[in-house]
Design a protein around this ligand. Structure first.
Ligand code: IDP
Ligand code: MG
Length: 145
């Protein structure tokens, strides 16, 4: 999910372009406002953290671009492309390492496991909004598509 700072900083194309160029498949994308209720559900695991209310305020401060992205081992792959939570510690070349400075404005969310991906996708998308299709160049991306 591209957070409101990414949307407002016109980084949608830049960030999605990185995933596309890597060879990943974008199966759904939706610009939307997250209300407080949904924000609290999405970030439920952090509800006891001191930064929780700031986090909810941040993620509801403007539109986000929610996405569903598919590819082999893509959860680990995308987490590596996103970089460390604190952009100061994120490697150069990662999304946060190149485009963010502050943990509280780190521009992108990425699911951290298959279970959290399934849970988060169901918070933001109906099944009918997720497009199943084949990329025509899969044999150029994968040895065994
Ligand atoms: P992640 O986004 O890299 O998975 P999490 O630890 O799951 O990191 O934290 C969720 C989000 O909460 C972070 O992306 C960041 O926006 C925010 N956050 C995490 N730790 C802090 C903090 O110490 N201060 C302010 N915001 C934080
Ligand atoms: Mg997380």
């Amino acid at each position: 999910m591209l957070k409101p700072d990414a949307v407002k900083r016109r980084l949608i194309g830049t960030v999605l372009g990185k995933f596309e160029k890597r060879g990943l498949k974008i199966m759904a994308a939706k610009m939307m406002f997250i209300d407080t209720n949904l924000a609290k559900k999405h970030y439920g695991e952090h509800s006891e953290k001191p930064f929780f209310s700031d986090l909810v305020e941040y993620i509801t401060s403007g539109p986000v671009l929610a996405t569903v992205i598919e590819g082999e081992e893509c959860i680990a792959l995308i987490r590596r492309m996103v970089g460390a939570t604190n952009p100061q510690e994120a490697d150069l070349g990662t999304i946060r390492g190149d485009y963010a400075i502050d943990t509280g404005r780190n521009i992108i969310h990425a699911s951290d496991s298959a279970d959290s991906a399934a849970r988060e996708i169901s918070l933001f998308f109906e099944d009918s909004e997720i497009c199943e299709y084949k990329l025509p160049d899969e044999e150029l991306i994968y040895e065994e598509p």
